[in-house]
Design a protein around this ligand. Structure first.
Ligand SMILES: C[S@@+](CC[C@H](N)C(=O)[O-])C[C@H]1O[C@@H](n2cnc3c(N)ncnc32)[C@H](O)[C@@H]1O
Length: 347
């Protein structure tokens, strides 16, 4: 008997008991990484009892498993959409085929269609999200022009998933530090295999930015004396960075580019960088890192902007120092193409 046979047998025994079916989906199928089957069980249960709030609550935790809540905040960033739409319009003056890497909600793929793309390949690695994109595209009447492919972009095949190479590539497999979701690998691969030689990439370039900062709403990421006990031994596990949103951080210097990634030309910065920052005075207890995206045609999206909800600011705590205006402070950074680390140099 194969494990599939065992699953089918168990499922057939649980038939007629929706709570048991949902528990099986959550505690067995999800735990075994069989997310698609877990979702299918939930959808079957919900289809049979569409108005049962208890079943809906139990099923939601399975259906939403592993889907970041940040999709919901990301789409509030309407200024970002306007900038990307302008960039797409400029790149699609003559129409053409668009590859959207990391389709997410499908928004950029649909924007590309609205901006004149003849065809859009919306590539999304997560099959559950890809299913939702397919439904979204259909609901918006764009299924004839937007094709959803549930694959990692590096697994896309010309002639199978795409009839020909892309004339424009929009990619959004992004992270607060720009590169944690494998941006360079996906872009390099698309350039080599999936796009015409001169295809514009949106974004074409991105700078990892750094400034001295003071956390205005410190969340006590360091443990000290708590209820009279010294808990500082636990600080060996303290996170090296954490995510903030504007305006919970005050900048204490000008901003500088520490790493400059030119995706259009494939020129990436060395793994170690340094910047000299001029303090504006006051306490500095961290370095704040964000990203400045260049979308082509002079269009810039800066995640430090107060309206930029799609990205968080990464706060890298340092031992607090009191600075005076004009004081020069050296900061260092390192990246390995995926992770980033930042620190203040010894004075
Ligand atoms: C920031 S979200 C996408 C945002 C999207 N532009 C939107 O507005 O909804 C990034 C998505 O890229 C997907 N992803 C990451 N790397 C990928 C890759 N190499 N190929 C396909 N999808 C990828 C993730 O699963 C995630 O859904």
């Amino acid at each position: 008997m194969t494990s599939d046979d065992t699953t089918d047998l168990l499922l057939s025994r649980l038939e007629g008991n929706p709570v048991a079916l949902l528990n099986f989906a959550r505690t067995f199928l999800l735990a075994k990484g069989r997310e698609r089957e877990a979702r299918e069980v939930c959808e079957r249960v919900l289809a049979a009892s569409p108005h049962d709030p208890e079943l809906a609550a139990l099923a939601r935790s399975v259906i939403g498993h592993g889907i970041g809540s940040w999709y919901f905040t990301m789409v509030q960033d309407v200024n970002r959409h306007a900038l990307y739409e302008r960039a797409l319009k400029a790149a699609l003056v003559k129409g053409g085929r668009v590859l959207d890497i990391g389709a997410g909600t499908g928004l950029f793929a649909m924007l590309a269609a609205r901006c004149g793309a003849d065809e859009v390949i919306a590539c999304e690695q997560n099959p559950a999200i890809a299913d939702a994109v397919r439904d979204t595209v259909a609901a918006n009447g764009l299924s004839d022009r937007v094709k959803v492919v549930a694959k990692l972009s590096t697994d896309l095949q010309l002639g199978v998933d795409m009839q020909g190479p892309a004339d424009v590539v929009i990619w959004d497999n992004l992270a607060n530090n720009l590169i944690a979701q494998g941006a360079t690998k996906a872009v390099d691969d698309a350039k080599r295999r999936l796009a015409v030689p001169a295809a514009p990439f949106i974004p074409s370039r991105a700078e990892i930015m750094l400034a001295l900062a003071h956390d205005l709403k410190p969340e006590n990421r360091q443990m000290m004396i708590v209820d009279g006990f010294d808990l500082s031994a636990f600080n060996r596990f303290a996170p090296s960075g954490y995510t903030k949103q504007q305006p919970s951080v005050a900048l204490r210097s000008e901003s500088r580019t520490i790493f400059d990634f030119d995706f259009q030309s494939g020129s990436y910065p060395p793994e170690r960088g340094a910047v000299s920052l001029t303090a504006s005075g006051g306490q500095v207890d961290g370095l704040i890192q964000w990203v400045r995206f260049h979308l082509g045609h002079g269009i810039v999206y800066d995640t430090l902007d107060e309206t930029a909800h799609a990205f968080g600011l990464e706060f890298h705590g340092v031992t607090p120092i009191d600075t005076v205006p004009g004081q020069a402070i050296e900061a260092g950074g390192r990246h390995d193409g995926q992770s980033t680390w930042f620190w203040l140099e010894r004075r």
